[in-house]
Design a protein around this ligand. Structure first.
Ligand code: IMP
Ligand code: MG
Length: 177
């Protein structure tokens, strides 16, 4: 299944970076309660590994949102699943798989700010800055990557490859004519 994928970020590099991010969060939120919002589906693996390195008091929420471009350039947010409990007055960390155009995060940021959390931060495993069309920035970025379509470690191509333990790039076969 993974024979046509080349490794972009190894399992070991991901593990080390997650450890660093977790240390940063443990320090920042020491003694505080935090709500971790995992954005499905792509961030499920990253979130699972990250929360197991946290030694702060957390509760989990899972949301499913996507941004559809439609006719407007900024698009709209389609929320398929939202938080069970309001996040008002809570410390919230939203965990994303990848920041691409930034549309999804821009909408999510507005969506969560309206609920008036005590604090709000965004953590993304990957960032593809070349593709950005919004002014959104993530507070913590795991890895900045070139403009390539990546899979694995939760990320999919047509729902495939989410279970690869590394981040890879699909090799496109050139058809010989
Ligand atoms: P955007 O930042 O609103 O453009 O969208 C980000 C979403 O697009 C991510 O949460 C992914 O679901 C998807 N996405 C963007 N780039 C990639 C990629 O390289 N591989 C897999 N999914 C991607
Ligand atoms: Mg996503």
């Amino acid at each position: 299944m993974s024979e046509n994928i080349s490794v972009l970020i190894s399992e070991e590099k991901i593990k080390n970076r997650i450890h660093e991010i977790a240390m940063q969060l443990n320090e920042k939120y020491k003694g505080e309660k935090v709500t971790i919002v995992c954005t499905l589906k792509g961030a499920f693996v990253f979130t699972a590994d990250l929360v197991r390195e946290l030694d702060i008091d957390i509760r989990m929420e899972f949301i499913s949102a996507s941004s559809y471009k439609g006719t407007e350039s900024t698009g709209t947010l389609v929320m398929k699943q939202s938080v069970d409990k309001p996040i008002t007055n809570e410390n919230v960390i939203v965990v994303e798989d990848i920041l691409d155009t930034g549309r999804t995060l821009k909408h999510l940021s507005e969506y969560f700010k309206k609920q008036q959390p005590k604090s709000l931060m965004f953590v993304t495993l990957l960032d593809k800055p070349d593709r950005r069309v919004t002014d959104i920035q993530c507070d913590i970025v795991g890895f900045t990557i070139p403009d390539k379509f990546v899979v694995g470690y939760g990320l999919d191509y047509d729902q495939q490859y989410r279970n690869l333990p590394y981040i890879g790039v699909i090799n496109v076969q050139q058809e010989v004519k």
